[in-house]
Design a protein around this ligand. Structure first.
Ligand SMILES: *Cc1c(COP(=O)(O)O)cnc(C)c1O
Length: 354
């Protein structure tokens, strides 16, 4: 049967009925790729799988939540949606609003949004409101304005977002035949880690999985409220997607940590970028900086034994590398080779660089 998006696929487990008009771009059903070269480099006996959420229609996992949020907004008669965003939510909101024929308003922090994401919001025709402030300011404003204007909030405080996002856990259990031992994710607002936990619990309760994973949330050191145990007022990191100091799912995520026996930890920008590069060079998988936080953390905790040998680990790669070309290029120090258009010079370029 033709795959027509995650709501249709999991409609029995989602809050829709037969009369609901689905707003879908075929999201979900993303590849689970086993790493081959990095475990060998670590010299540890572990199975690491990458859930490549960058292959969703707009290039991030936000599509899983947005298909649900926009479907429900349209069902309730809403003509406009609004979100604050570090970039990917605005890209997804813009695309799904276009699909639904409604208006999208996106609040983004001035100058702190990756180029690809900005291009998406613009080309899909969202109304872009740039604020002299950060994501947390934008989130506060969105909550305030929703009482004064006819717009539906599609940030992850919208419960339908998490419903859509929990389906990633279903897919993983189905592919592996059970839940993994550990599931590592980058954490910003902590909606996604909470949604995954909901999904794993649901499958465990319905005996579709024999166990539940330990949930491990990794943050950027400059934006690590869960590690500090307190909100952070001026978050800063190269991983702009998780440049969040006041997470919206604070309580939910703490419940996830306790219930799953997991933990939070943080990584420096250097560690994040070097994991991003390692993944591209060793495995051929390109994710955006924030996404690499999950792998960077997993590698560290595999090395120090916190994640035991013999474990099965899933790392979510939340967004595609093409989202942030500037950061990617700025990491590549090898110079290009400039030649004249003659065979000898091409040959020399090859032979000198084998
Ligand atoms: C939104 C986002 C995150 C953070 O997800 P939360 O649900 O806010 O914790 C991480 N990585 C990328 C690429 C994102 O777009």
């Amino acid at each position: 049967m033709r795959y027509t998006g995650l709501i249709n696929h999991y409609r029995d487990r989602l809050p829709v009925d037969d009369s609901t008009k689905l707003i879908s771009l075929g999201e979900g059903n993303t590849p689970l790729i086993q790493l081959e070269n990095i475990p060998a480099l670590l010299n540890k006996n572990v199975d690491i799988y990458i859930k490549y959420e960058g292959l969703n229609p707009t290039g991030s996992f936000k599509d899983r939540g947005m298909t649900m949020a926009v479907t429900k907004a349209v069902e309730s008669g809403s003509k406009a949606i609004i979100c604050a965003s570090t970039g990917n939510t605005s890209a997804a909101a813009a695309a799904y609003a276009a699909r639904a024929g409604i208006k999208a308003f996106v609040l983004i922090p001035e100058g702190k949004i990756a180029l690809g994401k900005l291009a998406q919001a613009m080309i899909h025709g969202a109304v872009i409101i740039q604020i002299k402030g950060n994501f947390d300011d934008g989130m506060r404003l969105v909550k305030e304005v929703a009482d004064h204007a006819p717009v539906s909030i599609v940030n992850s405080i919208n419960p339908f977002r998490l419903q859509g996002q929990k389906t990633a856990a279903f897919e993983i259990v189905e592919e592996l035949g059970d839940a993994p031992d550990y599931h590592c994710l980058p954490v910003g607002n902590a909606g996604n880690i909470s949604a995954h936990w909901m999904g794993y619990k649901e499958y465990f309760d319905d005996r579709k999985a024999g166990k539940k994973p330990k949930m491990v949330g990794y943050q950027a050191a400059g934006a690590a409220p869960f590690v500090k145990g307190a909100m952070v007022d001026n978050p800063d990191t190269v991983a702009t997607a998780i440049r969040i100091g006041h997470p919206q799912s604070w309580d939910l995520a703490h419940k996830v940590e306790t219930e799953s026996n997991g933990w939070f930890d943080s990584l420096t920008d250097e560690e994040i970028l070097s994991a991003q590069k390692l993944l591209t060079e060793q495995e051929g998988i390109f994710c955006e900086p924030a996404s690499a936080t999950s792998l960077a953390g997993a590698m560290r905790d595999i090395n120090n034994g916190k994640i035991a040998e013999g474990s099965t680990i899933v790392c979510t790669l939340t967004g595609h590398g093409l989202k942030d070309p500037d950061t990617a290029i700025s990491q590549c120090t090898d110079e290009m080779i400039n030649i004249n258009p003659v065979m000898d010079e091409v040959r020399d370029a090859i032979l000198n660089n084998m």
